[in-house]
Design a protein around this ligand. Structure first.
Ligand code: CTP
Length: 406
């Protein structure tokens, strides 16, 4: 992301009541670092956690919290403030605030501004994990999403209340990156993108399988970034426990052969295929029909090679722009370039795996390589940020190939 990703953008930052409200102070700084002009509105409950003075000092602008503040209404009335905003961002957004937004309430300054503003609305939820998981909260979110409201996060982890789960506010830097990405040009508008992700499971018997440590996060992040860039996205997912990114069509599969069938059925009409799945290279020759019982004897497994889904797509007569991944433990660049050429790819994203890198980590670093010596190093970052950079590179290379101005 460029340093001034939000240069000149007028951001109305709404802060609602919750312990995460203190993090909004850092967010104001980060938004300003990114070039945004920030005005802050606190709800009455937020003002119990943080002071208007902090936000006034950080934003360099007066802070509002009431509809009935006569001097403020005289300076910049709430309708003017609603019109002023290019973006409305609410961070943290409490469960109560989401409920009030979902139902169109206008019973305080912030909710009134949300109704009165034509600017895009983004919310960054933060709450206890039970409150987040509650059907009422999820129904409110579905309503807001259906209305085009962007939802940033929440992240999972340990919470201020001592519990562990989903509901943590994204970090300030992540929120700025999300907002910048949401405003980014839709570089894949009109394109069909097919992504595969996750591991495959190769059955030994009805209860055992051979799998691998792929979390699917990278592929899911790519699907999300492609959708944000305006593409129509289909995600063929191996067995993972990840939520489907908004706007993405998901097809669940289990084995490499199922993965192959699901991908090949859709590759013909795709403009781009990204093979982020960790497809198992081998499978047991035949899965046992009954559970294997131990009895002292060694169990011998004969493994046979699985189809190479990526190589098959790359070999199609009318193939999509084909992107592969390479997980390497050494000589990353040399091995990845050899793989790019051997499989005949348009682009390869190589990462070094092992010891806390790659598979299970939330962040990663990638080396992008393409034919004729093309190369871009993407330094260690959150997988979603890497995914956005990868999508930008794909769009650029396709535009170059078509002779379009990028
Ligand atoms: N891939 C695939 N089907 C397979 C194996 C791999 O589609 N049966 C794809 C992966 O999705 C990835 C790329 O191939 O995009 C590279 O996979 P990797 O396992 O790193 O490399 P291999 O091609 O298997 O080569 P090697 O084992 O020599 O590293």
């Amino acid at each position: 992301m460029s340093d001034q990703a939000l240069a000149g953008v007028r951001v109305l930052l709404g802060v609602s009541g919750g312990i995460a409200a203190y993090k909004a102070a850092e967010l104001v700084r980060r938004l300003r670092d990114a070039g945004a002009d920030v005005r802050v509105v606190l709800t009455a409950n937020a003002a119990r956690f943080v002071t208007a003075l902090t936000f006034q000092a950080l934003s360099g602008n007066p802070v509002r919290s009431s509809l009935w503040d006569e001097s403020a209404e005289a300076a910049m009335g709430h309708i003017e403030l609603a019109r002023w905003a290019d973006e409305v961002l609410i961070a943290p957004a409490s469960a109560d605030l989401l409920a009030r937004l979902a139902h169109g309430h206008a019973d305080d300054l912030l909710t009134t501004l949300c109704l009165a503003s034509a600017a895009p609305l983004s919310v960054a939820p933060a709450m206890n994990q039970q409150m987040w998981a509650h059907a009422a909260t999820q129904a409110n979110l579905a309503t807001l999403r259906a209305r085009g409201v962007r939802v940033f996060g929440p992240a999972a982890g340990s919470q201020a209340c001592g519990e562990v789960g989903s509901g943590r506010l994204l970090e300030a830097g992540e929120l700025v990156a999300e907002l910048a990405a949401a405003r980014a040009p839709r570089v894949l508008a009109g394109s069909k993108v097919l992504v595969n992700a996750g591991p495959t499971y190769e059955d030994i018997d009805p209860v055992r399988f051979i799998g691998n440590r792929s979390s699917g996060r990278m592929g899911f992040a790519i699907a999300e970034a492609a959708a944000q860039a305006g593409a129509t996205v289909t995600l063929v997912a191996g067995p993972v426990s990840l939520a489907t990114p908004p706007g993405v069509t998901r097809v669940d599969v289990r084995s490499a052969r199922e993965m192959r069938a699901a991908v090949l059925a859709r590759a013909g009409e795709a403009d781009v295929f990204v093979a982020a799945a960790a497809v198992a290279d081998f499978r047991p020759q035949a899965a046992l029909p009954q559970k294997f019982k131990k009895g002292g004897a060694a169990l011998e497994l004969t493994l046979v090679e699985n189809p190479d889904v990526l190589a098959e797509v790359a070999a199609l007569p009318r193939r999509p722009f084909t992107v592969g991944f390479a997980a390497e433990t050494q000589d990353v660049e040399a091995h990845a370039r050899a793989k790019l050429e051997r499989k005949g790819l348009d682009l390869i994203a190589a990462n070094e795996v092992g010891a806390g890198r790659g598979f299970e980590a939330a962040d990663n670093a990638l080396l992008l390589l393409w034919p004729h010596g093309g190369r871009e190093h993407l330094p260690r970052a959150d997988k979603r940020e890497l995914a956005r950079a990868l999508v930008a590179r794909i769009a650029q290379l396709r535009a170059d190939a078509n002779g379009d101005p990028a």
